[in-house]
Design a protein around this ligand. Structure first.
Ligand code: HEC
Ligand code: HEC
Length: 284
């Protein structure tokens, strides 16, 4: 095929015709570099292209350490937003860490972006063609990495009264409105519990607001029964921000992990809280 230098060489009538054929609504949105893309697609193509290139060049792994390193290389594109070791982004108020979260939880979230339960566009784009076996490998990789303390953007200072109110909800809930304590599922130190309840401690403030708000508006769903949706719908307006501001100041110790499965009983059933094994149709 002859080399085509770019849209300017091709002349407006040709570009117009091609835009029409390719179904683009405006010539301005059209690029030609061997195939046609809209501006939006050009942006979105970059990450997966990088990821595929890295996957192809990944070394074969012989030992667990080699394997972890090879996975790290294959997942280099994720590091741009989640840190090279899944530790999160220093100074960010949004990008969540991945390291040390329960594998079962990470797996259902990756599936969730692919299957329409979560909608963050870049994540949806990355996951949309990946099968369960590869998602399970990714989940196991990040779950095996140690949590390290990442200094997120400092949450706004809270009035002592607001802080006490948030702390009471986290530690005791509110029986009068059937709201269980956050700690009754996420644990006394908010470190989470295997296999499906993630740590809350260490998450950045705007991410917390967005997730709780997501359950409130229906933008985020968990596998049924969606216990988090019920929890969030028992909150009063304004409490999401109070809780996020308080939780974002709870920084877990380096290396802290979710509690082993069965350390405490969840007060309610939550969907998706199974170990990452054949329960998900994925071989261990
Ligand atoms: C462009 C930035 C970006 C890239 C690249 C990216 N992520 Fe994300 N990721 C995010 C953001 C932002 C969120 C939170 C989305 C939301 O609000 O729901 C997220 C959420 C997640 C979550 C859910 C975390 C949780 O605690 O629920 C997982 C798991 C995840 N990403 C894995 C990955 C993996 C694996 C890759 C690489 C294949 C990747 N991400 C690449 C930005 C990114
Ligand atoms: C009945 C158990 C239960 C209670 C009570 C509970 N949670 Fe959760 N929470 C879960 C489960 C299970 C998940 C994982 C949801 C999923 O798989 O999508 C979760 C996830 C979350 C997440 C998302 C974390 C991430 O990395 O994206 C946030 C934030 C959260 N809970 C906050 C809270 C707060 C704040 C409270 C108290 C007001 C609370 N939870 C009470 C079970 C619970």
């Amino acid at each position: 095929m002859p080399e085509v230098k770019g849209p300017r060489r091709m002349g407006v009538p040709f570009r117009f015709a091609m835009a029409h054929v390719m179904g683009f609504t405006s010539v301005r949105n059209m690029r030609f570099d061997g195939r046609f893309q809209s501006d939006h697609e050009t942006q979105a193509m970059k990450l997966p292209a990088l990821l595929l290139a890295l996957m192809a060049s990944a070394a074969m792994a012989d030992t667990p350490a080699d394997e972890a390193q090879a996975m790290g290389e294959r997942l280099a594109a994720c590091a741009a937003c989640h840190g090279p070791q899944g530790e999160g982004m220093p100074g960010s108020a949004y990008y969540p860490h991945l390291a040390g979260k329960p594998a079962g939880y990470l797996f259902t979230q990756l599936q969730g972006f692919r299957d329409g339960r979560r909608h963050y566009p870049q994540m949806v784009y990355l996951m949309r063609n990946w099968d369960d076996a590869w998602l399970a490998q990714i989940a196991r990789h990040y779950a095996s990495l140690p949590f390290v303390e990442t200094r997120h953007a400092t949450p706004p200072a809270q009035h002592i009264r607001d802080r006490d109110h948030a702390q009471a909800l986290v530690e005791h809930g509110d029986a009068s409105r059937d709201l269980p304590a956050c700690a009754s599922c996420h644990g006394p130190a908010l470190n989470g519990i295997e296999p499906g309840v993630p740590a809350l401690a260490g998450l950045p403030v705007d991410y917390l607001v967005a997730q709780l708000g997501g359950w409130m508006t229906g933008a985020r769903h968990s596998i049924a029964p969606d216990c988090m949706s019920a929890v969030v719908h028992a909150l009063q307006p304004g409490e999401i921000r109070l809780l996020a501001g308080y939780i974002a100041t709870q920084v877990p110790a380096a290396g802290s992990r979710p509690a082993p499965a069965g350390t405490w009983e969840l007060p309610r059933a939550c969907g998706g809280t199974q170990a990452l094994d054949s329960a998900h149709g994925v071989e261990p």
